[in-house]
Write a protein that binds this ligand. Structure first.
Ligand code: FE2
Length: 196
């Protein structure tokens, strides 16, 4: 006798399973050994340092979006575009740094609460600031990142972690230095029309 198809059972198979929970498969701070020829301490130190760099880069990225929305004044249009360009470039760095942490066997910070607890960049006000204050805030955030990035690059090099060193020097440091230049030129008090 042919088996009858139970339509309720079929519908159940097609229904999305929701509200499922699991224990963590890797607690934060614990390393998975990846076959990349680096010793465990090198991977651990680089992953820890990169998580600090990640939290600060995510914070700077979000500062750029805040200022992209909240800029005001005669430079609004060009700053609105510049801040968004820098936001996009910082977003690429966030992804590259996070994926490097995973490649080393670590866990990349991801949640806003964890980023807020970790970052060394001062918290901005919820409200709006004038453009010169926005620029000063961004310049300070860049400098926090550049100082720690140079130290981290040196430490990675000391442990033969050339991949981390290359990412920090070739991407993080170069991008941040270039963005500082574009910002800093807006903070130079030169006459707009007539020589003083
Ligand atoms: Fe926008």
């Amino acid at each position: 006798m042919a088996k009858t198809i139970d339509s309720d059972e079929l519908l159940q198979q097609a229904t999305p399973l929701q509200h499922q929970h699991s224990h963590e498969i890797q607690p934060y701070g614990q390393l998975i050994r990846m076959p990349i020829g680096l010793d465990e301490e090198a991977c651990r130190e680089s992953a820890e340092n990169l998580n600090q760099l990640l939290a600060d880069t995510m914070t700077l990225r979000d500062l750029y979006k805040k200022h992209h929305w909240q800029a005001a004044g005669p430079m609004f249009y060009s700053l609105h575009l510049l801040f968004d360009k820098h936001f996009e470039e910082q977003s690429e760095l966030v992804d590259a740094v996070a994926e490097r942490i995973q490649s080393l066997g670590g866990i990349a910070l991801a949640g806003a609460h964890d980023v807020a607890e970790t970052t060394l960049i001062p918290r901005p006000p919820k409200g709006r600031e004038v453009v010169p204050a926005q620029i000063s805030r961004l310049l300070h955030a860049h400098e926090v990142i550049l100082k720690e990035a140079r130290t981290m690059a040196r430490l990675a090099d000391d442990r033969d972690d050339a991949g981390t060193n290359d990412l920090i020097v070739g991407s993080v440091i170069r991008t941040n230095e270039s963005q500082v230049w574009f910002l800093a030129e807006h903070a130079v008090d030169v006459p707009l029309v007539r020589v003083k």
